[in-house]
Design a protein around this ligand. Structure first.
Ligand code: NAD
Length: 345
């Protein structure tokens, strides 16, 4: 009888591999001698030695083709949080993830590592040193978070449903670093429009910002420690820089580092949150008639004005995780990659 040869554990696919995190992950996997396939709806990232499949996560046949001979899958595809389209979030994060799990099982993939988010437990109240056993948010502040919760449940529940199929979720928080299309560019854009003069609340809230290289490191460690009977199966892991920082200090460092003024004037948290809530309700009511995209959503205001930092003790214990790059160094590396966004350039 012919023996089925298993694909090497170093043959992997990165779903969403053209995105900010995905591309950093792909580069590091190549560096560590993995054979990498990228699957993404965009076709913007051709890297030497990496095979590329353009396709939609919701298309099982396309996934199946890309996953041939792959033993490990990283899933970091998602619409951006500010796309504000409930149907799109549901289609990609929920249906797409379900399709991916089915395609993985049918293709004989052995391990699936999901990029979840620490926000799955955040519902706008302070979280200090939150652990992974906090309950999922009952009332998530946006559709993105709502679908990230459903997505994580789908992936973690799939662990062990079929022999030899193992899953784990990484929950990063506030990823930043070179080539990020969100945090620094949005901040600079707001500064240029004169919207970064204000501090929401008293400015004393501590949060996690996590350098992209550390997030990548957490993903690869999780993949390598995910084995039959390991404690990782079906579990979530916070990956942070393990250096909570004052939210407004971090913002000021980035802005000042690029030549813009630091925010100075305080606005009461409840006032800004109330306005954001009102605008959000208006966008829901007027949605069918006009497209409004408010800069300040309730989620953004809560993220800017509340404590939200997380313990990564579980990742240290089970994965041997330690951040590779400290916060100061990470900010310096990030700033030096955004010289094109400096004031006056
Ligand atoms: P990104 O937008 O830069 O990358 C996402 C990638 O997914 C893109 O390349 C996009 O083309 C791809 N994609 C979207 N829809 C797809 C579809 N239907 N089929 C195939 N590919 C599709 O986002 P990112 O910041 O790199 O985030 C990566 C992951 O990390 C996401 O799951 C996100 O929820 C999670 N996350 C991000 C942060 C952060 O601060 N950026 C924080 C916590 C968690």
């Amino acid at each position: 009888m012919a023996t089925r040869i298993r694909p090497s554990t170093k043959r992997c696919a990165v779903i969403g591999g053209c995105g900010f995190l995905g591309r950093h992950l792909v580069e590091q996997l190549v560096e560590q001698d993995y054979t990498v396939t990228v699957f993404d709806i965009r076709h913007t990232c051709h890297l030497p030695g990496v095979s590329f499949h353009q396709g939609d996560l919701c298309d099982k046949q396309a996934l199946f083709t890309a996953l041939k001979d792959v033993s490990l899958v990283f899933h970091c595809a998602s619409p951006p949080p500010d796309s504000g389209d409930p149907a799109l979030f549901h289609r990609v994060n929920v249906q797409g993830t379900r399709t991916l799990v089915e395609a993985c099982r049918e293709a004989g993939v052995q391990k699936l590592v999901l990029t979840s988010s620490a926000s799955v437990v955040f519902e706008g109240t302070d979280i200090k040193n939150g652990k992974e056993d906090l309950p999922y948010a009952e009332r998530p502040l946006d559709y993105y978070t709502e679908t990230k919760i459903l997505q994580e449940k789908i992936v973690l529940e799939a662990c062990h449903k079929q022999k030899d199929f193992l899953t784990v979720a990484i929950r990063p928080h506030g990823i930043f670093g070179p080539r990020d299309p969100q945090l620094v560019p949005i901040l600079v854009d707001m500064a240029r429009q004169g919207k970064m003069k204000f501090i929401i609340g008293d400015g004393s809230n501590l949060v996690d910002f996590t350098y992209v290289e550390n997030v990548v490191h957490g993903h690869i460690l999780a993949a390598e420690h995910l084995k039959q009977d390991s404690p990782l199966c079906g579990k979530a892991y916070h990956i942070t820089n393990d250096e909570p920082v004052l939210f407004w200090d971090f913002m000021s460092k980035v802005l000042v580092g690029l030549g813009y003024d630091a925010p100075r004037y305080h606005l009461p948290y409840m006032l800004v949150y109330g306005i954001a809530l009102l605008l959000w309700i208006l966008t829901l009511l007027l949605g069918p008639l006009v497209t409004i995209k408010p800069t300040f959503t309730p989620m953004r205001v809560a993220l800017a004005g509340k404590h939200h930092y997380y313990s990564c003790a579980r990742a240290k214990k089970d994965l041997g995780y330690q951040p590779l790059v400290g916060l100061q160094e990470a900010i310096a590396q990030t700033l030096s990659s955004y010289t094109h966004l400096q004031r006056g350039v």
